[in-house]
Design a protein around this ligand. Structure first.
Ligand SMILES: [Zn+2]
Length: 480
């Protein structure tokens, strides 16, 4: 995969183009999109709060997906449910012809993170899931943007097709990867999405590629004291494997992340364990880096099995490509964040945030709703992966972040759940719906801007053939 970074001068020129765009003829239509979101605001927020309260985890988002799908249908979208073999995936579309604009929405929660919408840690329902990644806001804000574009289309002010993708299980198997395998994104001209964050900015740093796999060892059981010579321990092989993997850490690039969880490690000490199983994720900045790691990891598994005189099996069960950033598109989005200005939080919301920060041991700086200045993309993304990565290699994909939680507080944790169920999250939701809708207006109104986005995509994907990491068949729900 090639890497293409524009010069500083080109970046500046792009910004100028983008700011002219924001001030151009489309401004009136963008104002109408904003007004449409204001009109639907109460409904969209109520929808987000319902999804927040459902707090359904990956592949089990039955009520959350249905709430969104039913609302889309009520608003005049054509809805197709249960697509790509995923019961909680759907597509809601409106309009006809080109351009075809996609918006990605998520709605899965995380296990064990139930939390009330208050600045003190207390479960809504002990042991239940919670929206620790803010996906209740993600899906509804994304749909809010689709709805505003639909309103403009209905009024005859915008041409083309708007398509909202309800994408399940981002936190687990990655619903988008299965939808990508079915070719569901292939006819899009451009795709937009966002993610909750502690900052408001365009996402130009991308995300890591990841491969998700299981390693199994099978040996022979025996009495661990009476006849251990008849046994061959699968757990011994597992220990050799983790030793090998952990030694390899010294000889990988600093961008690599490796983490695992032991799922089966024997039952009782006096039985030589015949079976052991480990679940592992390997990540790097690029898919090519992960491929190299996988070659080495397979050899470690084989070597471990050889030493323990047992059999090994490595099964890839999923993975995401790294996110391909489209700087031309991000500049259009950036101009729209600047046009909207910062997210303004009240003193009460700032105090709510500071109370959370004090409770989680971070600096009580409150919330930062300022739009972060344009910055050149980092050479490597920070740690983390998303199934948006796969979509970004099929269609130019633009993404942003909006402030839904206090500065520096832990993510995938109760503060995110707390803020996502009250006015802080609601403000980010409404803001993002406006930012995405305004960006779409710019891209539809100015075919040259859209063509430039597509030209950058073609240049960066030259010679690349997209192939998902996932194996044949439907996702394995038991893996998480
Ligand atoms: Zn997330």
């Amino acid at each position: 995969m090639k890497k293409h970074l524009p010069s500083a001068a080109a970046a500046l020129a792009g910004l100028l183009i983008a700011s002219q765009l924001a001030a151009g003829a489309s401004i009136k239509k963008k104002e109408e999109a904003v007004a449409s979101i204001e009109r639907h605001k109460a409904e969209i927020i109520a929808l987000s709060d319902r999804v927040w309260a459902f707090a359904e985890t990956a592949l089990l988002e039955v009520r959350s997906a249905e709430a969104l799908a039913a609302y889309a249908e009520k608003q005049g979208f054509k809805v197709e449910r249960g697509i790509a073999g995923l019961p909680t995936a759907f597509v809601a579309s409106y309009g006809e012809g080109k351009p075809v604009i996609g918006i990605l929405g998520e709605y899965d929660a995380l296990p064990g993170l139930s939390q009330k919408a208050q600045p003190v840690k207390e479960a809504l329902q002990a042991g239940s899931p919670g929206h620790g990644c803010g996906h209740n806001l993600l899906g509804t804000a994304a749909f809010g943007a689709a709805l505003a574009i639909k309103d403009l289309m209905t009024a005859g002010k915008l041409k083309g097709t708007i398509r909202f993708y309800g994408t399940p299980a981002e936190e687990a198997v990655g619903g988008k990867v299965y939808m990508a395998r079915e070719g569901l994104f292939s006819d899009l001209d451009v795709c937009l999405t966002w993610h909750p964050d502690d900052k408001t900015r365009v996402s130009v740093d991308g995300s890591q590629a990841i491969v998700d796999f299981i390693v199994e060892f099978s040996g022979k059981t025996a009495h661990a004291a009476a006849d251990p010579w008849n046994g061959r321990s699968a757990v011994a092989a597992l220990e050799f494997f983790t030793t090998g993997l952990n030694r390899m850490r010294e000889f990988v690039r600093p961008t690599v992340r490796m983490h695992y969880s032991i799922l089966n490690g024997g039952d009782v000490p006096n039985v030589v364990p015949a079976y052991a199983r480990l679940w592992c994720w390997l990540r790097d900045s690029k898919g090519a880096g992960v491929d190299q790691l996988m070659v080495r990891t397979r050899r470690i598994a084989e070597g471990a099995a050889m030493m323990a005189e047992v059999e090994s099996k490595l099964t890839v069960q999923g993975g995401d490509w790294e996110t391909l950033v489209n700087l031309t598109g991000e500049k259009v989005m950036f101009a729209n964040l600047m046009w909207l200005g910062p997210i303004l939080f009240t003193p009460e919301e700032q105090e709510f945030a500071k109370e959370i920060q004090r409770a989680t041991g971070v600096d009580p700086k409150g919330l930062d709703g300022e739009v972060k200045p344009w910055a050149a993309p980092k050479a490597d993304p920070e740690g983390g992966s998303t199934d948006v990565g796969d979509v970004s290699w099929i269609v130019p994909t633009l993404s942003m972040n909006a402030t839904t939680a206090p500065v520096d507080t832990p993510w995938h944790a109760w503060p995110v759940v707390a803020c996502g169920g009250m006015s802080i999250g609601h403000k980010a939701l409404v803001y993002t719906a406006k930012a995405l809708a305004a960006t779409i207006v710019d891209l539809v109104e100015d075919p040259k801007a859209l063509q430039a986005v597509q030209a950058e995509f073609r240049e960066k994907t030259k010679g690349v053939v997209y192939k998902p990491f996932i194996p044949e068949g439907p996702p394995v729900a038991s893996k998480h």
